[in-house]
Unconditional design. Structure first.
Lengths: 122, 388
């Protein structure tokens, strides 16, 4: 089973800090000031709001994928990432293909991906 | 003005003049929500129906989707083949408006149509007991859409409702909804086939064996749609069905006429995904070609990025090197950049579609934080649909 367009969890465990930082963004404001990034309160609130929305989406997808996996009775499942620009060009298609069948150096040189052991056949 | 307020005369008023859906929900008799699968048709249909009901119209939302999405969206355990009132879920009681919901049971609707329009109970019984009919009524591609037309006709004729909102099935292509009645009518009205089969009724089934039917295109078609050898039953079915073809054709014609009437509006639902928008574009073109009234385009799950000043690469590098808070902020900026790119590409695709369909009203609904599974959720969606 191939689960398409899975939202990447870029923040990982750090997402647990987002709610506290939304209430008090002082640590981020200090980091911005130290780096010379001109990010005021509203801008930080926007960044944190967007990150929290995305994290909700990640959490929701994790739950749905877990439900799906539980119902697959051991069938292999591959997750493909969401690509903002779609997979219309060769690069996008290659990125998805590599997730389906990771290439080793030899097959990459031949330009033909190797089917991963146990991977689902398309 | 909100959908639950009333004007000086006490009449309910639908708000949101900026939304092309507002006028449709106030005046249309039939709204057909269509589009490819998984774009939020059911939720959109339910939210439009709820909005109209709360604005004082007697409304029925009809879903053809067997996946129970409408029941879930309305917070109901189940829906049946007859309209049922949606009550006790936060809907205002005592107003002029009402909301009923139903889920099409294709087989039951077909049975009801047979019972209603058969010459007598004997003819109805013969058809209902026929194995080919039983296959036809439950498995033939397009039957679902055809029965939706029949149900739409029945509800429209009953005059019980001011507005019927139809949630079309998640078909392979949204165009199937328009094509299915013709396709099924073609089968039922296959005069050549009936002529071929009719003698079998008079001289017995040996006639069928005598003819090399296996090689005929018609036989292949029947085999394809039924998936089994039922030729004798087919002959009996068409014989029993005699006299009902014209009624089917006539009602399909009436529904088609109603769908073309200015009091009907097709609402094409899509997501900003390229494939869904292409499908929406094809559907809009097909509606225009068939002179059917295209009311609006709803694009669900739109991404939006807020305003954030540009942060130069040098500052981002310093953030990455500045401990946990700096790295987190740098990642938040990366996420924002990705969201901006995504939002821009979605808007580009939407504008490309709109360029091909002049004067089409569009409503863009942002990606909502929660799934919709109750009346308050539908109201939240309604706020975006009617007051974008």
């Amino acid at each position: 089973v191939i689960a398409n367009r899975v939202t990447g969890d870029r923040l990982g465990g750090r997402a647990s800090r987002l709610a506290a930082l939304a209430r008090d963004p002082a640590p981020l404001a200090a980091a911005a000031a130290a780096a010379g990034a001109e990010l005021d309160g509203p801008a930080l609130a926007t960044l944190l709001g967007e990150a929290r929305d995305r994290q909700r989406q990640v959490t929701r997808e994790r739950r749905l994928l877990k439900e799906l996996r539980n119902g697959l009775d051991g069938l292999p499942m591959v997750e493909l990432p969401f690509l903002a620009g779609g997979a219309n060009g060769p690069e996008g298609v290659r990125a998805l293909a590599e997730r389906l069948a990771p290439q080793d150096a030899e097959t990459a040189a031949r330009g033909r991906p190797r089917r991963a052991a146990g991977a689902a056949r398309a | 003005v909100t959908p639950r307020t009333r004007d000086a005369a006490g009449a309910a008023v639908v708000a949101g003049p900026a939304s092309p859906l507002a006028e449709l929900a106030r005046t249309a008799r039939i709204i057909v929500c269509c589009g490819s699968g998984g774009v939020g048709k059911t939720s959109t249909a339910a939210a439009v129906a709820l909005w109209a009901a709360e604005a004082g119209r007697r409304t029925c939302v009809l879903t053809i989707d067997p996946a129970r999405r409408l029941a879930q969206a309305l917070g109901l355990d189940l829906l049946s083949n007859a309209p049922r009132p949606v009550r006790g879920k936060g809907l205002p009681a005592g107003g002029p408006g009402s909301l009923d919901a139903m889920m099409l049971d294709m087989r039951r609707t077909f049975d009801e149509v047979i019972e209603r329009y058969a010459r007598d109970s004997e003819q109805a019984d013969r058809i209902l007991a026929n194995r080919f009919y039983q296959r036809l009524s439950s498995t033939l591609a397009g039957t679902q859409e055809y029965m939706a037309m029949e149900k739409l006709y029945e509800l429209h004729e009953s005059q019980r409702y001011d507005l019927l909102v139809v949630d079309t099935p998640p078909t392979r292509s949204a165009l199937d909804f328009l094509d299915a009645p013709d396709n099924l009518n073609e089968l039922l009205d296959a005069r050549a086939f009936r002529l071929l089969i009719a003698p079998a009724q008079r001289i017995g089934r040996g006639y069928l064996r005598g003819l090399n039917l296996a090689t005929t295109a018609m036989t292949k078609m029947v085999r394809r749609v039924t998936g089994s050898e039922l030729l004798a039953e087919v002959g009996e079915f068409f014989a029993a069905f005699e006299g009902m073809y014209d009624g089917f054709k006539e009602r399909a014609g009436l529904v088609y006429d109603q769908l073309k009437h200015p009091s009907t509006a097709f609402v094409v639902v899509a997501t900003p995904d390229g494939a869904a928008l292409r499908e929406a574009g094809y559907f809009a073109g097909r509606l225009a070609a068939d002179r059917m009234p295209l009311g609006a385009l709803v694009v669900n799950r739109i991404h939006r990025a807020g305003p954030v000043p540009e942060v130069p690469a040098s500052a981002r590098e310093r953030l990455q090197a500045d401990g946990a808070d700096g790295r987190l902020l740098a990642d938040l900026l990366e996420l924002h950049d990705g969201l901006e790119t995504l939002a821009a590409s979605e808007q580009r695709r939407v504008q490309e579609l709109l360029a091909t369909v002049p004067n089409l009203g569009v409503v863009q609904v942002p990606l909502l934080k929660d799934d919709i599974h109750d009346i308050p959720g539908l109201r939240r969606l309604g706020e975006h649909l009617f007051r974008p």
